[in-house]
Ligand binder design. Structure first.
Ligand SMILES: *Cc1c(COP(=O)(O)O)cnc(C)c1O
Length: 431
């Protein structure tokens, strides 16, 4: 572990978290280069028996440029889901060939931008999207490389909000319709259809649903080939889960690799993988300070300076993040851990046994490197939370704390500002 007690003080690698809090303030995310690298290497190592593969980090889990660059150094491209992510990936230095574009609602403008950038492939979610992409590509004298995302109708046994392969899911093309639609898409002049994609959900720790979905994909692959299609790539998506709670197991990545090698042995394709959470979650903590300990019945409320706008997962998915003091006292107590936002949902833990903390203490929420800063907002006009990178005994701010007023300049309509030139106008206050 890289977020460990050393001399009674929680560190990120060799840096005391207290030193980061002094320099940067709280709340802040803190990432460990070593932890990120360790997870990425474990994922790659698990797939040594897969002869042809491309690893694409699902950057929606953590779109910070240092994260992308570090992973690029380990051979990872990026799975993007928006034009904004395309811009960030390009700015982080990723080659367009190493980008795959997923997502159910790509706009025509986003499709055109990605086509213009020359990205590696598009994972199509519906037939009309394929028709529009084909037309855009033709207009440029090109053919867009594309896979069809298939919904295998498998229950991933994960939280409802991160399941994507139930029959009523918005994602992918139903297993039963996929072959016919693939045929129509492959006939379009502006598309180079060359395979299929699947992604059944996130935080999956039981390999059985993944195996079942890959099996269905294998059957579809055989059928498409029998119908004369040239299939060179299959994208197996992401979804591997991690342990968020001491004592609860995460996904066994080595077993996953063995399962993939078995299930895909005869496919004869290049496999794509889109892990997000598995790579980034354990590489980050959210560092926070205890503002108040408010008496409560039956348990006190520990009010920390981090909130649901900084780490949304507990409010969104009832997610668990282990909470730990940076300088633990010896004892523990039962408490509710809550943030300052004016929502009852702004709660990180209910009636949980945690390190005893007092006013002014520093603490962390563990396993916050994925879907943490990536989901941050400025709700309650709170600042956008910063991010800090740690390598050994060095640290640096890699994303600034941005006050809400700076992030989203507001202005008065011109006809109102001009009617009252003497009065204070917002554009004058906030350029
Ligand atoms: C979110 C997503 C991923 C990554 O999921 P993780 O659970 O973070 O691994 C991969 N592929 C697609 C299409 C996604 O939407």
């Amino acid at each position: 572990m890289v977020f460990d007690l050393r001399g009674g003080q929680l560190h990120a690698e060799a840096v005391p978290l207290a030193a980061i809090a002094d320099a940067v303030g709280t709340p802040t995310y803190v990432y460990s280069e070593t932890a990120l690298r360790t997870a990425a290497e474990a994922f790659a190592a698990a797939l040594t028996d897969v002869p042809a593969k491309q690893l694409m980090f699902a950057m929606k889990a953590n779109p910070n440029a240092m994260v992308l660059r570090t992973l690029a150094g380990l051979g990872f491209g990026a799975d993007i889901v928006s034009g904004g992510e395309l811009a960030l990936a390009r700015r982080a230095g990723l080659a367009p060939q190493d980008i795959v574009y997923s997502g159910v609602g790509k706009t025509p403008a986003e499709l055109a931008a990605a086509l213009g950038a020359g990205i590696g492939r598009f994972n199509l979610e519906l037939e009309r999207e394929g028709e529009v992409l084909s037309a855009l590509a033709r207009a440029r004298g090109r053919r867009a490389p594309a896979l069809l995302r298939v919904n295998p109708h498998i229950d991933a046994h994960t939280h409802a909000k991160i399941s994507t392969a139930l029959a009523d899911s918005k994602f992918g093309i139903g297993y039963g319709e996929a072959a016919a639609m693939y045929g129509r898409l492959a006939a379009l002049p502006g598309l180079d259809m060359h395979g299929i994609a699947v992604h059944i959900g996130s935080q999956i720790t039981d390999l059985a649903p993944l195996r079942a979905s890959y099996r269905r994909i294998g059957q579809l692959l055989a059928r498409l080939r029998a119908e004369g299609h040239r299939i060179t790539h299959v994208d197996l998506g992401g979804g591997l889960g991690v342990s968020y709670r001491a004592g609860e197991p995460g996904a066994d990545v080595a077993a996953y690799g063995t399962m993939v090698a078995q299930e895909t042995r005869d496919w004869g394709v290049t496999l794509l993988f889109e892990p997000g959470r598995f790579i980034a979650a354990r590489a980050g903590v959210l560092l926070t300070r205890v503002l108040w300990v408010k008496p409560g019945q039956p348990y006190p409320f520990v009010v920390v300076d981090a909130a649901m706008n900084d780490l949304a997962r507990p409010a969104l998915y009832d997610a668990w993040h282990d909470f730990a003091a940076v300088q633990p006292r010896r004892d523990r107590f039962v408490a509710n851990i809550v943030g300052p936002v004016c929502e009852s949902g702004d709660s990180f833990a209910r009636a949980r046994v945690v390190d005893r903390v007092e006013e002014g203490d520093l603490a962390v929420f563990h396993t916050a490197g994925a879907y943490g800063a990536a989901m941050a907002s400025t709700y309650n006009a709170r600042a956008l939370v910063p991010e800090v990178w740690v390598e050994g005994d060095r640290f640096a701010v890699i994303a600034d704390r941005v006050p809400a007023a700076d992030l989203r300049p507001q202005r008065l309509p011109e006809w109102i500002a001009s009617r009252d030139p003497a009065g204070p106008s917002l554009p004058a206050l906030i350029p």
